[in-house]
Design a protein around this ligand. Sequence first.
Ligand code: ATP
Length: 490
Amino acid sequence: MFCDNQPCPELFGEMEMVKSQSACTRRYLSSSELDGLPEGESFWIRARVQQSRVKGNTVFLVLRLQGVTVQAALFKSDSVTKDMIRFCGSIPRESVVDVQGGKVAATVTSCKVTTYEVHVQRIYCVSRAAPALPLLLEDAARPSEARDNVSVEQRADADSEQREVVVNLETRLNERVLDLRSPSHNSIMRIQSHVGQAFRNFLAARGFVEIHTPKLQGGSSCEGGAAVFPLDYFGSKAWLAQSPQLHKQMAVMSGFERVMEVGPVFRAESSHTSRHLCEFVGLDFEMEISESYAEAMDIVEGFVVTLLEELYHSQPLSSHVDEVAKQYPCKRLRCRHEAVDLLNDRGCTNEDGSKDLSTQLERLLGEIVAEKHETDFFFITDFPSGVRPFYSMPSSSDPSSSNSFDAYLRGQEICSGAQRIHDSSLLVESLKSRGIDPSSMQPYINSFKYGGSPHAGAGLGLERLTMTILGLDNIRLASMFPRDPKRLSP
Ligand code: ATP
């Protein structure tokens, strides 16, 4: 391995495989440090080669570091030999290189850095990529609709005909590691990361304690009505948790007045929809309330408003939102501080007679609210008890209705919440009325026997929320390695 304190045999070449041979003294600049560096100073960067173009005695490389592209150039001179030019021109795309160079003012149109380029003094290939990539980043950066799977050969044909290739969703997800290197997909995941952070920060600042509930569960599997993934637990039946619901309530009963959890949720959703995954990240909270589940709605609203504020008005988040919009154009959300609170019309039914809102009805409602109230965020409250889980508190004025709410963004459900039953007798009654044997849930029921405090809570899906904010048409794009009925890899 070449180090700055060791003599370097050549100005270019293959680097010995990094195997922690030494604690190297070389310092690599990040893209933002590079931006701030004055011209004339020599520096090292480690980057990927996004493209290389040889033009006679010159090579232009597009280097990418931390998602930022910068042009690097080599001009034949006494130190830059023809061999060095040839070496640079033959480095396969996506290879990792170490470059020593200097900044020179230039007008560049093909990179994110437009005001300077890097004149290369030394270049070493740290890790060589396979010459044929299953997808090219520029292809992955085009809108993905309406094209068939593109094979390496088809791509080569398209290249020679100079046709624009579009990568479809299947290919993207199969080659996710490369796909995620493309600017908008990389930005989606950085935004997703912030959504989770923002949830933690917002709730922690309001006294919520972060908890971690078990994902391996025994007892009854009927808590939320969603299908579960069964598994063998040392000869007994067990399930992967379909939500942290029961344990987060038990945590509140354990003397933690306000709790939150960011963790995996498993649903054996057999339907193939663009908004459901079999494994997603739940953003959950549960809190004691003084009087009403509206206190939990305030938390949801405050979080969403704060999150949008951060995404739209702080850097680098706002640039990531813009980057995604280049490939997946969508309007920024309007979200006033007073979200519209709609009382669900209890007679409202779908065509099939069910009383929950269908996806179409949700969308329609979203359009009406957006037009009338100029906001893309609203709540629907007081759902019929029959469409909510057994632990939802019935309304005091109408027992067939529940103290529940859903929150919607762009007409898409992003959150479900409710006041929960905190009285063990009422809980047993509710279970029995649904044909569930209370003995299968005894530890849960017992937790309300010794002074159950009134409480409410809600759950949001990290990927659903990210997808909706960014206006993506498929939740899989908002999941790093999605799991659906047909996909268990990569
Ligand atoms: P939906 O009506 O969309 O199927 P749900 O009523 O089953 O959702 P809950 O169980 O209350 O939803 O989950 C709370 C939140 O978790 C939802 O509002 C949504 O954001 C997210 N969510 C639920 N199911 C999924 C899923 N299969 N994949 C991704 N996110 C989900």
